[in-house]
Design a protein around this ligand. Structure first.
Ligand code: ADP
Ligand code: ADP
Length: 219
């Protein structure tokens, strides 16, 4: 399994953000994590990427426990947070160089991810000069830099205009040929466009887990 979530529960004060969530994701799947604002999607994604701790339950990325084996989890996973902080004054290439230094990644990967995410024409610009769509590509490229097997993308198309949104979906689908992806969204259309499977969450509880193929057959 690329991602395993077992009975994860987390509360903020007396409010349960996640209530006994369990699922697992096979290598190579592109899974949509669908739910309205406040459903608990970001909270679970932060737990899976070691940025937050669950109250109960356990989770693994590639058999590495997210609490006991954080180094290996971080090596295995690339994360695009919902509000990805970018350094607007940095040049695109400089930003990846900085990331490669922080994560001790081979600098050869920089050219590869720039090409893979369609950033070649923007690589010499400052991040602040880029459109939202290209900034999102920078976030995706940064998540791919250390060549992780698993990508966790939190609302990767929110705030994009319709053309940018279609381009980013296409790019994610392309990247998904080589990676396992968990992508959160509140838009079913996005799941239909990009994913093989959908896990639906509402008020911290898992309410459905279906292959897209099964959904199409029951329509
Ligand atoms: P989603 O990503 O699906 O929009 P979140 O995981 O961000 O949902 O939030 C789930 C619930 O937990 C929401 O009610 C949110 O307000 C609450 N929450 C998330 N983070 C915190 C926090 N750090 N402190 C208090 N409440 C939080
Ligand atoms: P994100 O979706 O990236 O968490 P948000 O704008 O939802 O971004 O939240 C920004 C920060 O505030 C995050 O660290 C999140 O955990 C925290 N947060 C979210 N909801 C609440 C809340 N209801 N009360 C307190 N902190 C919250």
């Amino acid at each position: 399994m690329s991602i395993t979530v077992n009975n994860i529960t987390k509360s903020f004060g007396n409010q349960k953000a996640l209530d006994n969530i369990s699922f697992s994701i096979n290598k190579g799947e592109i899974v949509g994590f669908l739910g309205p604002n406040g459903a608990g999607k970001s909270t679970l994604m932060k737990i899976l990427t070691t940025y937050s701790l669950a109250d109960e339950g356990e989770a693994k990325i590639n058999e590495f426990d997210v609490v006991k084996d954080q180094k290996n989890v971080q090596k295995s996973v690339g994360y695009l947070p919902e509000h990805n902080p970018l350094y607007l004054d940095m040049y695109v290439k400089e930003y990846f160089g900085f990331n490669a230094d922080v994560y001790k990644t081979d600098k050869k990967r920089i050219t590869e991810v720039i090409e893979q995410t369609g950033l070649s024409s923007e690589a010499h610009k400052k991040i602040g000069q880029l459109s939202k769509g290209y900034r999102q590509r920078v976030g995706l490229a940064a998540a791919l830099l250390h060549n992780p097997e698993v990508l966790i993308l939190d609302e990767p198309t929110t705030g994009l205009d319709p053309n940018q949104l279609l381009d980013i979906r296409k790019l994610i689908k392309e990247i998904g040929k080589e990676k396992t992806i968990l992508l959160s969204t509140h838009i079913m259309k996005e799941v239909e466009a990009v994913c093989d499977r959908v896990i639906v969450i509402n008020k911290g509880a898992l309410v459905a887990d279906k292959k897209l193929k099964e959904l199409r057959e029951t329509e």
